[in-house]
Design a protein around this ligand. Structure first.
Ligand SMILES: [Ca+2]
Ligand SMILES: [Ca+2]
Ligand SMILES: [Ca+2]
Ligand SMILES: [Ca+2]
Length: 290
């Protein structure tokens, strides 16, 4: 629910963005780096800095240009320059007196960074980093905890992979690979060793039967949207890698046999076996959840 609002706000602001920041739209070069990244034995990120670091942009600078777009007497857009070159700008897109978007340019005027406050609480919720003018990374705080928990990586404008710290302990515990835009393969660290568990892999579209709507959601949305829909992520209905349909069917059968068997389990070998089977299936499912 919350993320829906999140994306809605983003959509709304992109209108303001067009109005206020069109001159910034073209960009070729940028620089970015991910700080505080821990890398595991297999070369994957296992930890990331959760702190949301606002990059300074001196709005009080003498040379800053201030624009009062709605004529209410306070500036809604401040443009900070180094000499004649713009270095950063801050925009209050909804005129509530709080800055919603910060934009940073490199020395040649190319877009290199953006920061957004989507929910208007004065805290940055998302940092975007650009390389060669293209979106390369989004670092997001998807909860009100004022901490980063989601790191998205883009190539050619498309979300290709994401990392999540779903429990807020500073360790990455989900790795989402978007081989196609709407069908991530999700791996999770459920045993707490900091690396994806071999059996944790979930092909989202295969297992949920989800068919992505054509162009219905922005490229960044699917991962978060799916979560809010409560559809399987790392926790539920995880089949064995060998056969998709089998484990669910087996488990169902086993549990119904277990129900039948209640009260007569000692008499016959068969129900006892089914009961054990059910226990086994339950145990394996449990092992895959956190
Ligand atoms: Ca104003
Ligand atoms: Ca605002
Ligand atoms: Ca915020
Ligand atoms: Ca974690």
């Amino acid at each position: 629910m919350r993320m829906q609002r999140f994306e809605g706000e983003q959509g709304k602001w992109s209108i303001g963005l067009v109005v206020l920041a069109v001159p910034l739209a073209l960009a070729i070069l940028g620089c970015s780096s991910s700080s505080g990244v821990g890398v595991g034995d297999k070369g994957i990120a296992t930890a990331r800095s959760r702190s949301i670091d606002h990059e300074p942009c001196d709005l009080e600078s003498k040379s800053a240009e201030r624009v009062d777009a709605n004529g209410d007497g306070r500036p809604d857009l401040s443009i900070v320059k180094d000499g004649t070159t713009e270095t950063c700008r801050a925009a209050d897109l909804d005129f509530d007196g709080r800055i919603d978007m910060w934009t940073y340019l490199d020395a040649s005027g190319k877009l290199r960074r953006r920061e957004y406050d989507y929910d208007r609480d004065g805290n940055i919720d998302e940092i975007q980093l650009f390389k060669a003018g293209d979106l390369a990374e989004k670092h997001r705080a998807s909860t009100p905890a004022k901490r980063l928990d989601t790191w998205e990586f883009y190539a050619a404008g498309r979300l290709v992979r994401a990392e999540r710290d779903s429990d807020g302990d500073g360790r990455v515990d989900q790795w989402w690979d978007y081989k196609t835009p709407d069908c991530p393969v999700i791996r999770a660290d459920t045993d707490g060793n900091g690396e994806p568990d071999p059996k944790s892999e979930v092909d989202y579209c295969k297992e949920s039967g989800y068919k992505p709507p054509e162009q219905a959601v922005p490229a960044a949305a699917p991962m978060l949207q799916k979560e809010t829909e409560g559809l399987p992520t790392e926790t539920s209905n995880r089949p064995e890698p060998t056969d998709n349909a089998q484990p669910a069917a087996k488990s169902k059968e086993a549990s119904s046999q277990k129900a039948d068997a209640s009260g007569q389990s000692a008499k016959e070998g068969q129900p006892k076996d089914a009961s054990a089977k059910a226990g086994g299936a339950g145990g394996s499912a449990k092992g895959m959840t956190k």
